[in-house]
Design a protein around this ligand. Sequence first.
Ligand SMILES: *Cc1c(COP(=O)(O)O)cnc(C)c1O
Length: 373
Amino acid sequence: MSNKVIPLLDLKAQFKNIKDELTQVVTEVLESGNYIMGPYVSAFEKSVAEYCGVKHAVGVANGTDALLLTLDALGINKGDEIITTPFTFFATAEVISQVGATPVFVDIEPDTYNIDVSKVEAAITDKTKAIIPVHIFGQPVDMDELMLLAAKHNLFIIEDACQAIGSEYKNFKIGSLGHAGAFSFFPTKNLGGYGDGGMIVTNDDVLAEKLRILRVHGSNPKYYHKLIGYNSRLDALQAAMLNVKLKYIDSWNNSRIEKAEYYNEKLKQLPIKLPCVKPDRKAVYHLYIIETDYRDELLEYLQKNGVSSGIYYPVPLHRQTVYFDLNYDVGSLPYSEKASNGTLALPLYPELSIEDQDYVINTVTNFFYEKVM
Ligand SMILES: *Cc1c(COP(=O)(O)O)cnc(C)c1O
């Protein structure tokens, strides 16, 4: 047993590095007297739009609302079907149900854990209105193939880019390829705030305008209501701090990529499946995911030896209690179920030291030599 404790993610280490810049901008916002929306939010929206190479960015309260307001703005409602992946955070499907539509789950590719685009067309019916691809763990989905399908069947593509800010597909930023892209600034995301936050990016002028109205109770101007909307605004404090952090996102993401490649190199002789990134993509490793038949034993062994790891996600969405009425039996989407049973996230964050990473690598290696090989 060791005294070492290596977390899955260390937000305090990152804060220490940018503390002065953050506290300065927090003071500015507090002195401005303007705490919800306002110039700090507009400035951050402009930065994100430029970063992603899109015309519009609309700040909202969180990533879930970014998806929800987009579905609403596109007119998705009762009776519609929306195709998505079951191997994602619950919010992706939850918003589909919240607007009264039905999620239709398509299985994932076993190598990237993303929706298997080659299986999507078979799931399209005359009720299908949109597809929500999720760039899971920061790994880009096959967007070209998906956009072709969307054009052929007249569907909207809403990218759930909540885990993928900075990821690229053929040199385009993830989020900018579909009709709209949704980002989350939940603290643990690659670009995380100090509370909740979210954003929608789009090149569609009409959609952007409708989202700006929906987020403030459907009003424009204030107190003149055109739509039933939401209270879903981005705080000035979050926007100001996120705008400071956006300057560092590429260097943080690149540091994640370097450390992921180091893991790949050091773990490749073990009987585990390592992350796979296709050649024309940049994946920003929101999480570093390995897969093994000995997942639960490995997790326990790591824990005993001071290494935190995490299961994302233990139950695929088609097998969640709330979706039993959709009638997806055990075995109906086998790769998603296999991923839920076999994947594990290892510690990965820009501030992870080489010593700590070597300790994780040695602990994983020892597990396989002691227990398996
Ligand atoms: C985090 C996340 C969301 C939701 O974002 P919140 O800001 O927590 O509402 C949606 N989809 C995916 C894939 C996520 O990882």
